[in-house]
Design a protein around this ligand. Structure first.
Ligand code: ME8
Length: 515
């Protein structure tokens, strides 16, 4: 029987600089969503990569005195390294400078052209290099410094040149119908509303080629033009699925189940992308989900302010799973969030070291000392035991529902509610006091606690893969019994030898030098 497929993507990042925490956040969240579906039995394809063309790349390269390709090579390697350092489970890493991507981008261009949606004209209007976006004059404003800015707060410049256009204006009604028929096409709902009102204000045709530089994919049949970077960037999602070879094995993954992106690029994914696909006769992705922005103590990160936090040093300082957990638990996915040293330390010491870590450590060391280092006897389960076991099982149902709408924080909260309750259970049952009075009952309480730790650890894998795996090792759970189908069933067998217990979540201790 063929398994359900699940294709999930991140945005592809501009490698005009090194990866920052916003990039790390998106990758970690998308990885958690991908791992969740994999553990739930789906055949998952997870894609990430770098978006290497456009004027922004060219300008940065010029400033550094290197070619855009050299800049792309150098920084793309950093983004690849980030996938490893963050333990991302992506199946592919696409670079838009690859041959396969030139083929796909030229093919979609030709398909849109064949459909009568591409025509030549002249463009005169405002362009933001930082956003690589065209803006209508009404979306821009001149500020006190005399500079004109676009809606995302980046400066815009006047551009006038010969350009090919995409007949975006013809797609307004079809796009509105799409959001009507598929209310989940854009999430969260605030982003959907923005997109709808933008379309209702009237769509203009989109300039889709440039002639003033050549760092891009040549327009088929007119090589003086390169494609507007967003035409090629969006196409990456189908390049990786084998387009234009619709017989390619990977094409089975298209349409994507969800494109995970940041809120600033919703317009490109929820308007331009489905319009290009409709024009080219390619099925549409099922959903676009825009997450919020991360701020350092509430301030926007920027190189000039000097508060850009390097994800590599963050992982080194706090630990990978601590960073993953913090970002996924603390920030409701879809909303903006803030992080600070104190918030990370407090959250991870409280939830990971004190709650989950201690639960595992206390129960497993009691087992090592009092039950001969094997899984204790289950005995007769009382209502209190059954209740906590059941809550651990129910968290999975809650998580499955939450993950349908990328509510990662809700899924994670349901798992950690079990951990908190299990700590109350353990304290309330006082297994240390039962040691003399009722050793059989002590074993049952320890068995129940260990079994809850097993159920919880399986469910923690999408968020904290490495630590969860260590916990499952401590419970002697075999590698083939770690998917979600084993949460309910395959319970710990009394008498199974267990390895010596070890702490999994060390407490973060302030160092003299820490700022
Ligand atoms: O936009 N917090 O690339 P990019 C959270 N190449 N997310 C953030 C963030 C922050 N502070 N800063 C950026 C691009 N992001 C295009 C995408 S897709 C076909 C092309 C997110 O390197 C941002 O919203 O500027 C985007 O989803 C991703 O990081 C890459 O941003």
């Amino acid at each position: 029987m063929s398994r359900d497929r699940f294709y999930i993507t991140t945005a592809i990042s501009y490698p005009n600089g090194k990866p920052h925490i916003g990039h790390a956040y998106e990758l970690i969240a998308t990885d958690a969503l991908a791992r969740f579906q994999r553990l739930d039995g789906k055949d998952v394809m997870f894609l990430t990569g770098t978006d290497e063309h456009g004027i922004k790349m060219l300008q940065t390269a010029r400033k550094e005195g290197i070619t855009p390709r050299e800049l792309a090579d150098r920084n793309s390697d950093q983004f690849k390294r980030m996938t490893q350092v963050l333990n991302a489970s992506n199946d592919d890493f696409i670079r838009t400078s690859e041959e396969r991507h030139y083929k796909a981008s030229q093919a979609i261009w030709k398909a849109m052209e064949a459909n009568g949606d591409i025509y030549k004209g002249g463009y005169a209007g405002w362009y933001s290099v930082r956003d690589e976006a065209y803006y209508g004059e009404e979306e821009t404003e001149v500020r006190e410094d005399g500079v004109r800015y676009g809606p995302q707060g980046s400066p815009v410049e006047w551009v006038e040149e010969e350009s090919y256009f995409f007949r975006l204006s013809a797609y307004g009604d079809r796009l509105l119908a799409l959001y009507e028929e598929q209310p989940g096409f854009v999430g969260p709902v605030e982003r959907r509303n923005e997109v709808v009102s933008f379309i209702k204000s009237g769509l203009k045709d989109l300039s889709v080629s440039r002639t003033t530089f050549d760092w891009g994919i040549p327009v088929p049949g007119d090589e003086r033009h390169v494609m507007y970077v967003w035409v090629d960037a969006l196409t990456n999602y189908i390049t990786a699925a084998g387009y234009p070879d619709e017989n390619a094995d990977l094409w089975k993954y298209w349409p994507a189940d969800v494109h995970v992106i940041g809120k600033d690029i919703t317009r490109f994914h929820a308007i331009y992308w489905p319009a290009f696909l409709m024009s080219a006769g390619i099925p549409l992705p099922k959903r676009v989900f825009s997450h919020g922005f991360l701020f350092n103590r509430g301030e926007k990160m920027s190189k000039s302010v000097g508060n850009v936090i390097d994800p590599f040093s963050m992982v080194e300082n706090y630990g990978l799973d601590q960073v993953r957990y913090f970002l996924l638990r603390e920030v409701p996915f879809g909303q903006d969030g803030s992080y600070s040293h104190e918030a990370i330390v407090n959250r991870t010491n409280a939830d990971l070291t004190n709650d989950l870590g201690n639960l595992a450590q206390r129960s497993l060391s009691m087992i090592a000392k009092n039950c001969g280092g094997v899984v204790p006897q289950k005995g007769t389960l009382l209502d209190v035991d059954l209740a906590i076991l059941q809550q651990a099982e129910e968290a999975l149902a809650t998580s499955r529902e939450a993950m349908k709408t990328q509510a990662i924080h809700v899924a994670l909260a349901s798992v950690f509610a079990v951990v908190a309750e299990a700590n109350r259970y353990f304290a309330g049952q006082e297994p240390w006091a039962l040691k003399k009075s009722d050793p059989a009952r002590m074993e049952t309480v320890l068995w129940t606690t260990a079994e809850v730790v097993r159920r919880v650890s399986i469910q923690c894998q999408p968020y904290m893969p490495e630590s969860s795996s260590k916990l499952l090792d401590l419970l002697a759970v075999s590698a083939d019994a770690r998917s979600f189908s084993h949460v309910n069933g395959n319970e710990l067998t009394s008498g199974t030898p267990l390895p010596a217990p070890q702490g999994v979540f060390p407490r973060y201790v302030e160092q003299e030098t820490a700022d």
